[in-house]
Design a protein around this ligand. Sequence first.
Ligand code: ACO
Length: 429
Amino acid sequence: MANEAKLQVDGKDLALPIFSGTENEHAIDIANLRAQTGLVTLDPAFMNTASTTSAITFLDGEKGILRYRGIPIEELAEHSSFVETSYLLIYGHLPTRDELKTFSTLLTRHSLIHEDMKRFFDGYPGTAHPMAILSAMVCSLSSFYPESIDAMNVAERDITITRLLSKVRTIAAYAYKKSVGQPFVYPQNHLSYCANFLNMMFSVPAEPYEMNEELVKVMNLLLILHADHEQNCSTSTVRLVGSAQTNLFASIAAGICGLWGPLHGGANQEVVEMLAMIHKDGGDVAKFVGLAKDKKSGFRLMGFGHRVYKNFDPRAKIIKGAADRVLKILNIDDPMLEIAKKLEEVALRDEYFIERKLYPNVDFYSGIIYRAMGFPSSMFTVLFALGRLPGWIAHWKEMIESPTTKIGRPRQIYTGPTLNHYVALDQRK
Ligand code: ACO
């Protein structure tokens, strides 16, 4: 690859350096473009724009590769735990035995939320979407830890990260308990990260909760698979908000809001609701594939397509295998899984999907597992947020610790009225 690109504007030649990453990705560096030509670039939806360099996650959408800190997602899915993967993403290397022990102990010790905060849940209607509660509560954590508000306070950074990673489970479980009218269940220090979360979600005071170790493993697996995905909508939101030196809690709360949308993390809830609709309609998947191809129908196959994967999403492959296993373990025969598989089969043979390289994404099969585990569909995106948290944190940390970070501030090209004058109310037509 050449080390510069040439741009000709108004007869003048401009040399633009080409920046190369460690995996042979190349970008035209336009940092001096405006200063030298007066021009900016126009790239709605960032289809061609790398907003940053990053050393956290590598993905190759053409080849279906995803690696955290260089380690293939398949290896982490098989051998790692969510806590270990979180450490890897946030601190840049696999922890030693001692580092892992310290990190796990800190996560165990910081799981309680302030008793006053528990009362916030009373103010929400029982029908409140748990994503609304989650984002508000995560932002509210900053009010209990005022020392965390200075994002540049290095001494507070690690403890803030620990608090957030630990307490988010408690908040998520309480949001669920609120929606079903059950008492909150306090965290238990003898339980592992994922087991603790499952216990807070599903145990009730009336009877002991039997922990199913297979489900703990699946929970770890799903959270690992969601843990980072470089500059997606929610992560870019976290980085943009954080670039104003906004504290971690507030930056992550913004990311949670970004994730909620149905085109992003909210798709996992939409997928299961779509599958239920197809099932109720008689299960004719070809009819719905036809609808998805008809632009006038307004219907999309949720859980299909991705901005960067133009090949199989490696996460979807692993989750599909896990869905079969979990349903077997739990002895559940869910017609949704059959419909999903048929839908995938019909779509992947269809010219429309082949031409546009539309494959199942991470959200296509995850909901089927969550459903089998007993999570209501409104909690699916919350589970995505729990998984994505270490990724968001890693990006916020990478950005805030980089000496070259400047506040994010895109330009625009104005297309509104040219100079216009104020007209008094009685003279307007
Ligand atoms: N069903 C039917 N057609 C689709 C779908 C779909 N799910 N996804 C994309 N297409 C079509 C588009 O209509 C478009 O067709 P055209 O070229 O004839 O106009 C073409 O494929 C390209 O799609 P875009 O929407 O331009 O692609 P973009 O990269 O902007 O969007 C997105 C990606 C938002 C994920 C899209 O594929 C989608 O809406 N999928 C369904 C929602 C979903 O599953 N979101 C989760 C993504 S994963 C995540 O964020 C965690």
